[in-house]
Design a protein around this ligand. Structure first.
Ligand SMILES: Nc1nc2c(ncn2[C@@H]2O[C@H](COP(=O)(O)OP(=O)(O)OP(=O)(O)O)[C@@H](O)[C@H]2O)c(=O)[nH]1
Length: 306
């Protein structure tokens, strides 16, 4: 291995829905971080690894920073700030199809408080805009830097969707990483326990198509997971028992659906994803439970992994 091998931690930050998880997935090349068309679904700090001949990037995906209204909101914000402080480089995602707004300014001002940390501005979703709009967006990003007193280490336009400029982004991140050996063995994609990833996949499926406030009210805990005994060696099966927690009885109805139709759909969708993740057929046993006001109760929050 050459002396110039670089390795370290990078983290994408930005308002909800700006494409952080999609970008992580596109760079890692597999579905590890959790994406959703609904905002604020990334809860856990999920790390994806980018292996290259010259470097290893450990991508840390954080939830969006937002105005805290509950204990959970505050914990999420703490988690974000702690993560920022620990990484080698921060990349602020600013979607090209949206104007820079107060939310972005708030966030960039927070990032600017991290002294001496390289910060890259990433113009995301460039496949959605024409060149004129992109130029305007890049000018706005420059202005945002001046306004907030941050000096962008780089400004790079990318599309996670088309893959355009992904390599450039990776190069720019690598350049800013310290020299050092790989932090994780080659082949590892994430250091999250499989249970956490499985829970996230179920949660993602459970949120799909739900149009109310459910994102903050839904938690998934994998209670038990393991290979079923007495299976022929060439036909393994993994049993997974998981609980979907909601805050109120009415939400339980939403998740289960008429005659259990929605819950069956959630089971089918997430099972397919889990089987892809684990590479093994899976028997998935899902239950919906009410944990009253879990977001406001420190004991319940701990039990649910926050
Ligand atoms: N067209 C296009 N859509 C994208 C791109 N990147 C992300 N999206 C879409 O934007 C939406 C949000 O993407 P996410 O990756 O979940 O966003 P996020 O910033 O991680 O969101 P939170 O987890 O809520 O903070 C999804 O519907 C994505 O499919 C892109 O490069 N091009």
């Amino acid at each position: 291995m050459s002396a110039e091998f670089r390795s370290g931690f990078a983290c994408f930050v930005g308002r909800p829905n700006v494409g952080k998880s999609t970008l992580t997935n596109a760079l890692v090349g597999d579905k590890i971080a959790i994406t959703s068309s609904r905002p604020q679904t990334t809860r856990h700090v999920v790390r994806g690894l980018v292996h290259r001949d010259d470097a290893q990037i450990v991508l840390v995906d954080t939830p969006g920073l937002h105005r805290p209204r509950t204990l959970l909101g505050e914990r999420l914000n703490d988690l974000v700030r702690t993560t920022w402080a620990e990484v080698d480089i921060v990349a602020v995602c600013l979607p090209a199809d949206e104007r820079i707004g107060p939310g972005d300014r708030f966030l960039v001002r927070e990032v600017a408080k991290l002294r001496r940390k390289p910060v890259i501005a990433v113009a995301t979703k460039i496949d959605l805009v024409n060149p004129d709009r992109l130029i305007e967006h890049l000018a706005d990003i420059a202005k945002l830097g001046t306004e907030t007193g941050i000096e962008w280490a780089d400004v790079v336009p990318v599309s996670a969707q088309s893959g355009e400029q992904l390599g450039t982004l990776a190069d720019l991140i690598v350049q800013r990483l310290p020299e050092g050996p790989p932090l994780y063995p080659a082949g590892d994609l994430t250091d999250e326990p499989e249970e956490t990833l499985v829970a996230e996949l179920i949660r993602e499926a459970a949120l799909e198509g739900v149009r109310d406030e459910l994102p903050h009210s839904l938690a998934v805990v994998v209670e038990e997971m393991g290979p079923r005994p007495d299976r022929p060696e060439d036909r393994p099966l993994i049993d997974i028992h998981a609980n979907v927690f909601v805050e109120r009885q009415s939400q339980k109805g939403i998740v289960i659906g008429a005659k259990g139709a929605r819950l069956r759909e959630i089971g089918q969708t997430s099972r397919a994803q889990i089987e892809r993740l684990l590479g093994t057929p899976v028997y998935l046993d899902l239950h919906v439970k009410v944990a009253k006001d879990w977001q406001r109760d420190p004991k319940q929050l701990r039990r649910l992994g926050f």
